[in-house]
Design a protein around this ligand. Structure first.
Ligand SMILES: Cc1cc2nc3c(=O)[nH]c(=O)nc-3n(C[C@H](O)[C@H](O)[C@H](O)COP(=O)(O)OP(=O)(O)OC[C@H]3O[C@@H](n4cnc5c(N)ncnc54)[C@H](O)[C@@H]3O)c2cc1C
Length: 580
């Protein structure tokens, strides 16, 4: 908490920033890391927690978008494949290659052999960087993945993409932390409330959402990285832009692991869109849906849940079909999709690309980011540095590489120290990987600090919250370095505890109050109560923050269900090509 308060004080001390970034999702976070690393004086404000909107609701895939080959968006696929490779190379412990086993059902619009040929083209687009595609027989699938129902299948193919081993929000947080290491002044729960250009400076009204304090900060240039709320921010700043957003809702359900194998099971749903069962430690994350919405805070509906359950049950052969009682947690978010304002209406929709768009007003030092994907994040950071330079800001360290895991020497030192102190002997029997591997992936060079805590007091290596892998020393370090302001920040975004553990298990954990004491000191009880008050359990399932309550079984929001509407949109506007 001290880190946040001192950053807020610095944001309010009257200094002029070269660049102020509004929005701490993936786009804001990479801009902050890129600019700060290259020597620009940067501020970053996020009205909720970092990665508190779309960037915590993705499918956690770092992928070339094989799906977009069907819409012949080959340039995009090629670019995304290259971006994927770049992330795998620079984040070997976080962004990992994973196999996608795709099952084709009888009567599907494409012949399996055509799709098989497509995977080879996809592989070539990716410079043959990943393992080669495979064409297993149905018999092989029955042996390797008996959970797949092959009765109605005509074929399968397997190819590689990548996924985030931890989760999207943690990935974003690490960019925010990297930015702060390079001098960026960042604060969560600080909202930008108004914008005015006076002479050569932007005057931006800020409000500390936690205390209500308001002040103005001055900056030479502004970056609007507000994701689904970017249009609202541009309206506040009286900025007319070439692009704006349309929104598409997607949900995921988290259930117990459906297969012990670490591979993504891919299927086509009843509307012909790709959907996945993605490994998440001891759980599986199933999704997603694709429903056009006007609401940036769209909530999960009973139809969404039913649609995902019906589709996955139809494609798996489980002893007992998955039902609502099997859902451990839900995710629901909206994709901001960039459209050109001039082309208007449904035509925009047909022409949508997954590519991000960046609009700028060079004279006024104003930049807006539209659309995009986690996969493309490094390019966004680089493009913003170039634009800010064009606006006259001095880039003092143009060659500095602002992304990637630490150099091998640091990694070797950590693992050497970990081996010497027999760190992995502390690994809990239920853990999915050795403790040293997990600590390195989550904290990189700062994992060495965790070793020091454990040397001082071996109790620091004990799991603090039962049923999770998080040890006491991690929580202690998080309290100092991770700007955790509410309990949800820790349970859902710095860690993925609330995604993989049921709410009741978390509440009953004897260690949770101790974690709160470490994180919030004398506010521990207040933050504990706030969390359970703000996250009511409906039908046994805790709702994802911002996703709205899960409606009662059987309830629908609208007589024409959202999925009926989605199918209609699809017919009208080729919406199927919008899958992530
Ligand atoms: C269901 C789903 C699945 C997806 N799957 C994938 C995938 O597998 N792979 C992939 O690469 N991409 C995927 N995506 C896309 C990816 O998640 C998004 O493109 C990306 O997260 C958008 O990031 P962003 O920073 O633009 O927006 P956001 O993450 O929404 O960040 C914008 C931030 O701005 C803040 N903000 C807004 N207004 C203000 C203000 N006035 N003051 C301060 N802060 C403000 C918001 O609170 C928010 O946190 C998926 C998206 C969805 C919804």
């Amino acid at each position: 908490m001290q880190l946040r308060q001192s950053n807020i004080d610095r944001l309010a001390d009257g200094a002029v920033y070269d660049t102020l970034i509004i929005g701490g999702g993936i786009n804001g976070a990479v801009c902050a890391a890129a600019l700060a690393g290259r020597g620009v004086k940067v501020g970053l404000v996020e009205q909720g927690d970092f990665a508190g909107m779309t960037s915590m609701w993705s499918s956690n895939l770092i992928w070339g978008g094989i799906k977009y080959m069907e819409s012949r968006d080959f340039k995009l696929v090629r670019e995304l494949c290259v971006s994927r490779n770049h992330l795998i190379k620079h984040y070997p412990s976080t962004v990992q290659e994973i196999r996608f086993l795709t099952t084709i059902t009888k009567g599907f619009r494409w012949n399996p052999l055509m799709l098989w040929a497509g995977t080879w083209i996809y592989w070539l687009f990716g410079n043959c960087f990943t393992r080669v595609p495979r064409l297993p027989s149905l018999g092989t699938i029955n042996r390797e993945e008996p959970v797949i129902n092959t009765k109605s299948a005509t074929g399968c193919f397997e190819y590689s993409d990548a996924f985030l081993h931890d989760n999207d929000a943690r990935f974003v947080w690490n960019f925010v932390r990297t930015a702060m290491n390079s001098g960026c002044v960042a604060a969560n729960y600080v909202e930008a409330t108004g914008f005015e250009r006076q002479g050569k400076l932007w005057h931006v009204g800020l409000r500390d959402v936690m205390s209500g304090r308001e002040w103005t900060v001055k900056a030479k240039t502004l970056v609007n990285a507000c994701g689904p709320l970017a249009d609202r921010t541009n309206a506040l700043a009286h900025k007319k832009t070439e692009h704006s957003h349309v929104l598409s809702k997607g949900i995921h359900l988290i259930v117990d692991r459906i297969t012990p194998n670490k591979r993504v099971l891919a299927f086509f749903d009843e509307d012909g869109r790709l959907f996945f069962a993605i490994p998440m430690g001891t759980r599986t994350c199933i999704g997603t849906t694709d429903t056009r919405t006007e609401d940036p805070h769209a909530a999960i509906t009973d139809d969404d849940v039913k649609f995902v359950l019906d589709n996955i049950n139809a494609r798996l052969s489980l002893d007992k079909p998955l039902d609502r009682d099997d859902i451990i947690a839900t995710r629901c978010g909206v994709r901001p999709l960039a459209v050109q304002n001039t082309s208007g209406g449904d035509r925009d929709f047909l022409q949508l690309s997954r590519k991000h768009e960046i609009d700028s007003d060079i004279d006024q030092g104003f930049i807006s980011i539209f659309g995009g994907k986690l996969t493309d994040c490094i390019n966004v950071g680089e493009e913003i540095v170039d634009l800010v330079k064009t606006m006259g800001i001095d880039i003092r360290f143009p060659d500095y590489r602002w992304y990637g895991e630490p150099v091998d020497a640091v990694r070797d030192e950590f693992f050497h120290q970990a081996r010497l102190m027999k760190l992995d002997d502390y690994t809990d029997a239920s853990a999915s990987e050795p403790l040293s591997t997990r600590l390195w992936r989550r904290y990189a060079a700062h994992a060495i600090g965790i070793l020091e805590y454990i040397r001082e007091d071996p109790r620091q290596a004990e799991i603090l919250i039962e049923g999770t892998e998080y040890i006491r020393a991690e929580v202690r370090q998080a309290a100092r370095r991770e700007m955790i302001t509410k309990l949800e920040d820790f349970l859902r975004r710095r860690s993925k505890i609330s995604l993989v553990s049921r709410q009741e298990t978390i509440r009953q954990s004897a260690g949770l109050m101790e974690a709160c004491e470490l994180l919030f000191g004398e506010d521990a009880r207040m933050r504990f109560d706030e969390y359970f008050r703000d996250h009511p359990v409906t039908n046994g399932i805790a709702r994802d923050p911002g996703a709205g309550p899960l409606p009662a079984d059987g309830a629908t929001n609208d007589p024409a269900t959202e999925h009926e509407k989605a199918s209609k949109d699809q017919k009208e506007g080729d919406f199927e090509t919008l899958n992530w």
